[in-house]
Design a protein around this ligand. Sequence first.
Ligand SMILES: Nc1ncnc2c1ncn2[C@@H]1O[C@H](COP(=O)(O)OP(=O)(O)OP(=O)(O)O)[C@@H](O)[C@H]1O
Length: 460
Amino acid sequence: MDKTRIFFLSEESESISFLEDVLSNVDGYETFLSSDTMNAAENFRRFLPAITVVDLDRNFPDALFRNLREICPVTRFLGFGSDPLQLTPFQQNFFSDILSKDDLRLRFMTAVNELKKQAAIVSTISKALTKIIGHSTAVKKLYQTIFKAIRSKGATVLITGESGVGKELVAKAIASVSSNLVSVNCSAITESLFESELFGHARGAFTGAISERKGLFEAANGGVLFLDEVGDIPLSMQAKLLRSLQEGEIRPIGSNETKKIKAQIIAATNHDLQKEAAAGKFREDLFYRLNVIPIEVPALRDRKEDIPDLINHFVREFSLRPNFIPKISDETMQALIRYDWPGNIRELENAIHRGLILMDGEELTLENIFTKNFAQQAIPAAARTWENIDYKTFQELQREEERQFILAKLKENNYSVTRTAESFGIQRPALYALAKRVGLDVAQQRNLDEEKNRDGALGR
Ligand SMILES: Nc1ncnc2c1ncn2[C@@H]1O[C@H](COP(=O)(O)OP(=O)(O)OP(=O)(O)O)[C@@H](O)[C@H]1O
């Protein structure tokens, strides 16, 4: 079916873009929109419209109008207001003459659906952003960059920052609008498996490849591929990764065919890749290819104003008793703000979690958070800004204290995991997880203890 041709002549670009917008979603019309009165007759002649809308009521030249009429006598003229040339009043007839009610309904439904889609996206992003706690300028800036990364529709993002600052959380926020997020921890894949993990392999590509296997790139097609610890990708693999990113395609091992892949790449690292590139440890070209939208997540010590918010958030998250929020004195809060948190938010999160498990009574104290002996040594140090303790020592002390504490409680309860967990106010799996984290194998420890007791009883 031929499309109805509409010629629209206006002095105002707003009118033109409004019309363009209105008509862009409606089938059945072909439009010519212009503000060029000089060449109007020429354009008119070429276009020969069925309907002409003029928005030049103040100085629509008589001669031009007559000229257009002559060129195409059947065209229907619509204009603003009534005038000596008796153009049909625009406001009254434009929509009913040009657009049927169904067209309008369709147009508005499309607009409403588009708005609904946008509202859903905004709500998904907002939800993801609420997980990133903090009100510091640094966090606000982070939100803005996350929005930019989302709006970029597919540009590669490189997230940098120390361990535990929240890089993965940022990656998830960017990927929140995608229905398909595939994450890979590059440091956890051995060099020999790298290529097949990332790009997949064909059947029979190597011994043991009994069937075809899709790689992670392909799994992320249409969505987001998150390359965590990207700085740990072996040099030998970096060239292959670069080629895939540049070409937007992969070739599984043992296959002759390439596959087109469209996925947004988000990479994260706690290495300084620029420095490593300069030292020849990371390919410079790959660094630049990844670093299209750089996002640096600041260390917690550089945004200490976020510490109280984060503490309150973790207290609520890990509180073991329903509706119970422990007290935290001002001194405790101040000491926690003074501390530099070298392990960043992960360290703070774990410390609060542990404190809540170990606390008695109503108040969360530094002794609970840092464990007793450590606190005795470290609290005075806290007042002196913790200068003399290095992080490794701090972590070892913490771990050992926790281990001793859990062990003592297990012994007190005759190695009953259920009773010990109850005494902590947690479930059995949580206690096992806690023990595992501090390197305590409950069964092995019980056997060792039993052996020791037996040996003691036998006088050995
Ligand atoms: N702003 C934040 N608000 C709330 N929780 C946070 C925030 N930043 C990080 N976390 C929490 O801290 C922990 C560590 O964060 P994440 O794993 O994202 O860090 P990372 O920088 O990726 O660390 P790594 O480099 O070691 O992988 C996670 O449990 C995360 O939920």
